[in-house]
Unconditional design. Structure first.
Length: 331
């Protein structure tokens, strides 16, 4: 993605963000955070009423600020549709629009604007343009008529909206409304923080509990590690002892079997092999009469299931029978 494409995407998202926030802030409950002031308005016919700047309705109570409404013949109104620009870009765009449409010189032009909301996805702005000379003459007339508000704003009445003309004491009210807005947003931010804290506190406490359990488990493992190692070593020693005991028993059994076989085999015979596989005894050798030896072994209570592992054969050179027997030993 090129740098220009990235910038266009960022600008597009920024416009959507501004529009979304604007629309959201004009709906309940955020609409309640829009600043409001009570302004005593003097109409061209001398009539007075106190208006609420947010709801644009007549209210009772002492006014905080004062404003003179210009006669319609002194004001040129114009509606413009603009994209959702930042405050500085919007101000420059509106100033350019005023200079292009004002019948007066730049120095002579007095102007202001009011936000009418959204229309067809764009920001609807109403401009009011007047001559500074005409405004000054009108203020002199109002003071001559008995109005004592020397520091009063100048408004234009265009349709159902009042448009403040900049440069006539409106800064004090706008500064106060800006402070109201910041205070309201601060309260809203604090509410959101407290709400998030209420939502996340149980999860954070549970996470802290899990961490404490993990730490305790780690300490327990560290403390029991030497015991586990000792247990492993003890098991190894016991296995070695079992092996030694098995070898000892096997050695004793071989000695017992060998003692019995020595007594049973005639003096003219001998063993070539003696092997024990658990309880299985395997022997081979040579005797004068292998069949008689097999019968003798079968009669012994220590041996069961005596059988020839291979066929008996006669060794002519030795004048002996070759034998190989298998049997089970019962001590």
């Amino acid at each position: 993605m090129s740098e220009s494409t990235g910038s266009q995407m960022a600008a597009s998202w920024l416009i959507r963000l501004r529009r979304g926030w604007y629309l959201l802030s004009r709906r309940p409950p955020l609409r309640g955070f829009i600043p409001r002031s009570r302004v005593s308005v003097t109409w061209p016919d001398g009539r007075r009423e106190t208006l609420d700047t947010r709801d644009r309705v007549a209210v009772r109570g002492k006014a905080e600020y004062y404003a003179f409404v210009l006669p319609d013949e002194l004001v040129l109104g114009r509606d413009v549709m603009l994209p959702w620009l930042g405050s500085k870009d919007l101000e420059q765009m509106l100033r350019l629009e005023v200079l292009l449409n004002s019948p007066f010189t730049e120095e002579e032009t007095a102007w202001g604007w009011a936000d009418l909301g959204e229309k067809d996805g764009l920001r609807h702005i109403r401009l009011a343009i007047a001559s500074r000379t005409d405004v000054a003459n009108y203020l002199v007339e109002r003071l001559a008529a008995g109005n004592k508000e020397s520091e009063a704003e100048v408004w234009a009445s265009l349709g159902e909206r009042f448009v403040p003309i900049f440069g006539y004491a409106e800064r004090r009210r706008l500064a106060s409304e800006t402070r109201q807005w910041l205070w309201g947003m601060g309260q809203l931010g604090l509410f959101v923080i407290l709400l998030l804290a209420l939502i996340t506190t149980p999860a954070l406490l549970k996470r802290a509990e899990i961490r404490a359990l993990e730490a305790e488990t780690g300490q327990w493992r560290a403390q029991t590690a030497p015991l586990i190692e000792n247990r492993s070593e003890i098991d190894l020693r016991l296995d070695q002892l079992d092996q030694v005991e098995a070898l000892r028993r096997e050695s004793v059994e071989i000695e017992s079997v060998l003692e019995i076989l020595t007594a049973l085999i005639p003096d003219d015979g001998w063993l070539d092999r003696l092997e024990m596989r658990g309880r299985l005894v395997v022997i081979s050798g040579a005797v004068a009469n292998a069949a008689a030896l097999q019968q003798t072994l079968q009669r012994r209570p220590e041996f069961t299931n005596v059988r020839a592992a291979a066929a008996l054969s006669r060794d002519a050179a030795l004048q002996r029978d070759r034998f190989s027997f298998e049997m089970e030993y019962r001590p």
